[in-house]
Design a protein around this ligand. Sequence first.
Ligand code: IMP
Length: 194
Amino acid sequence: MVLVFASGNEGKLREINSLLPVDFRAESLAAFTSETDIAEPYFTFAENAMHKAKEAFRITGLPSFADDSGLEVRALGGKPGVFSARYAGEKKDPSANNEKLLREMENVAGREARFRTVIAFYDGKNGKLFEGVVEGRIAHSPRGSNGFGYDPLFIPGNSDRTFAEMELAEKNRNSHRAKAFAAFLGWLKTLPGQ
Ligand code: IMP
């Protein structure tokens, strides 16, 4: 079954295809259109994800899904949240975002944080939402070179390593995206014809 993934992020597409069972394949929206940069105009992950899934369905006519994720830091009242990608500006520069996060945390107590992913699926009839969360904390300086975004600063659970110090397979075992995908795939398999 081909599902259209409403994103222009090839790194994430690879990560998602590594999670999908063999009978499913995620195709990038870029295979269908040059308009891959769909706006995220809302203030919740769920609304942004559903908006993108519906746009991808409108463009392709195929079952579509989208995710919206971000980092929520407790001492910053949940920031950067839906603004994670553009925290330090519209250039969406991950190093600048990480630097800004460390600066903002200089004067707050507590380093607890969580990554949250919401996946929205839309096929013209069904609209469904799935969520995954991984709890952790923010390191005092960036470490590791794997992954993307805030991975060099995020230490999950009881680990002493950041996500960027882990191989993709290890990150996938307990990442927010992996958990949301597990819920999404569990539901996909219950659809008629599967
Ligand atoms: P997106 O909605 O998944 O594209 O995520 C928005 C932003 O949240 C990304 O640009 C990253 O800054 C951050 N983010 C989401 N998931 C991850 C992750 O697994 N590792 C690091 N940063 C992430």
